[in-house]
Design a protein around this ligand. Sequence first.
Ligand code: UDP
Ligand code: MG
Length: 161
Amino acid sequence: MLQEQEALAAPMERTFIAIKPDGVQRGVMSEIITRFERKGFKLVGIKIMIPSKDFAGKHYHDLKERPFYKGLCNFLSSGPVIAMVWEGEGVIRYGRKLIGATDPQKSEPGTIRGDLAVSVGRNIIHGSDGPETAKDEIALWFKPEELVTYTSNAEKWIYEN
Ligand code: UDP
Ligand code: MG
C-alpha cells in the first residue's frame, strides 16, 4: 500500500524533444510526434517558436568549445522549431533510442534519424541526453504553467499499475 502511494506520488519522467528547423521544413513533424505517441509516451507540452541565436546558444551551451557550435546555433535559430515535453517511464533513455545516433549515417534503420535524415548537421531532432539535461532543457524552453498534467485513458493499458 505504501509502495502504491509512493508510486502514485512519484512524478513520471519527462524529457525535452525538439523538431529542428530542417524537420519542420521537411514536413516530418507529424511522423515524429506519431512515433513518440504510438510508443505510449504522453505529450505534456508543445509549442512552435523561432529561437534567437542567443537562446540557441543557451540550449547548446555544453558544446561551446566545439568547432560546429556557431553554425549549429545559427541553424537552430534559422526557422521554426517544435519544442515538446514528453512523459513516460524511461522516456529520456528510450526517447534517445527512438531518435537514433547523432550521425544519421550511423543511426539504425527504424530510428527517426536513421529513417529520415542523412547528415549530422541536419539530423532533424533533438532529445535530452540524461535526467539533468532534461530538467535544464525543460526549464529553458517551458514555463511550468505551459506543461499539462493529465491522465490519459490509455495509461491503464500501457502500464501494469
Ligand atoms: N553536430 C554537428 N556536427 C558534429 C556533431 C554534432 O553538427 O560533428 C550537431 C548535430 O546536429 C547534433 C548537435 O550538434 O544533433 C548536438 O550534438 P550532440 O553531440 O549533443 O548530439 P545529439 O545529442 O543531438 O545526438
Ligand atoms: Mg546532445
